[in-house]
Design a protein around this ligand. Structure first.
Ligand code: ADE
Ligand code: ZN
Length: 331
């Protein structure tokens, strides 16, 4: 178990990138096995080294160079789920990229997805943690690659692969250029989310809303436009807030300046996730600890985060009922 005060507190996480959850030692091990030299992405202490968001994306993509086969992804998924279960996570929705898993080819993607799902089954039996997948397009790779990712998602939609979204560099291109992919995903009955309002301002959040998303990845810069904040609150658009990620990447200088509490006080439904935990030196337990310390949030407020997340999780209703029951049992 985690040694944090919140280690045993059950947690529901909706925003986690699979490669972004790779422990540095795991990636070093794979690089060694495959004779790939990626020492440049680590600092002297062996942690991922980057100074800003652009460099973060470069380091992220360098880690992906070591992840070549479905078997690699199977091992990564097991490592990620073990790490999350230790933090008390009972449910994790994880972003998966067909661009990295088979180069956007549907047949190859099916093999990667199968390997990831098999690992998820093992971890669920072993640790009780439930995982569901969201295909994510990578924005800076452009709309054509996103179409391939959306096609992969539409071909494999089901009770495990439940959503479609987009991440990557929000400063590049406009979300409306990806509407074909979001329309296809919606027609295939995938749930929708998009990263917005992290490196882009309120207009970027509005662009995401016009794609018909149910949730927004980050979304925190909506705070710069109170009419937009009210719109999010009234329409119950839920934010997947990742405070530790935002602070580690320099979006806000510290927890006191982070807008999560102001968003919540104005009625926006928020959830809390880690995004890419080893990159940002965070865990779900650490996020809960910092929320409690920074804003004086008691267990009831933290429980509300879990209940909100469970309510908008993209899983089917029996799974949601199981999660609610697990949360109630801890009261
Ligand atoms: N991919 C992994 N982490 C990300 C983040 N914080 N923003 C956008 N894309 C990402
Ligand atoms: Zn993210």
């Amino acid at each position: 178990m985690s040694d944090s005060a919140y280690g045993n507190f059950p947690k529901v996480e909706l925003h986690l990138h699979l490669e972004g959850a790779a422990p540095p030692a795991f990636i070093r091990g794979l690089a060694k096995e495959k004779n790939i030299d990626i020492h440049r992405i680590f600092d002297d202490a062996g942690n991922y080294a980057f100074g800003n968001f652009t460099q973060f994306l470069q380091v992220y993509e360098a880690t992906v160079e070591t992840l070549k086969t479905p078997e690699d992804y199977h091992r990564l998924t097991l490592a990620m789920l073990e790490q999350s279960a230790v933090q008390g996570v009972i449910y994790t929705e994880t972003f998966l990229s067909p661009d990295f898993c088979g180069g956007g080819e549907v047949a190859a993607w099916r093999e990667f997805l199968q390997a990831i799902k098999e690992a998820a089954d093992i971890a669920e039996t072993r640790d009780g943690i439930i995982m569901r997948g969201i295909v994510t397009a990578v924005r800076h790779l452009g709309p054509d690659k996103a179409k391939a990712a959306a096609l992969c998602a539409a071909e494999t939609v089901g009770d495990w692969l439940v959503g479609f979204g987009i991440g990557g560099d929000e400063r590049i291109g406009r979300l409306k250029d990806f509407s074909w992919s979001f329309d296809l995903a919606r027609e295939a009955k995938l749930h929708l989310t998009a990263h917005a309002g992290e490196w882009g301002g309120p207009e970027s959040v509005r662009d995401a809303l016009s794609l018909g998303v149910e949730r927004i990845g980050h979304g925190v810069r909506a705070i710069e436009d109170l009419a937009l904040v009210d719109h999010l609150a009234e329409n119950e658009i839920v934010l997947e807030v990742c405070p530790g990620s935002n602070i580690a990447l320099g979006l806000y200088p510290d927890w006191q300046h982070h807008p999560i509490e102001r968003l919540m006080e104005r009625g926006v439904k928020v959830t809390v996730s880690t995004d890419d935990p080893p990159f940002f030196h965070t865990t779900m337990s650490y996020e809960f600890e910092r929320l409690a310390d920074s804003y004086g949030w008691d267990d009831d407020v933290l429980r509300t985060l879990n209940e909100t997340a469970t309510g908008v999780a993209f899983c089917d209703e029996p799974t949601r009922a199981r999660l609610m029951k697990k949360l109630e049992q801890y009261q």
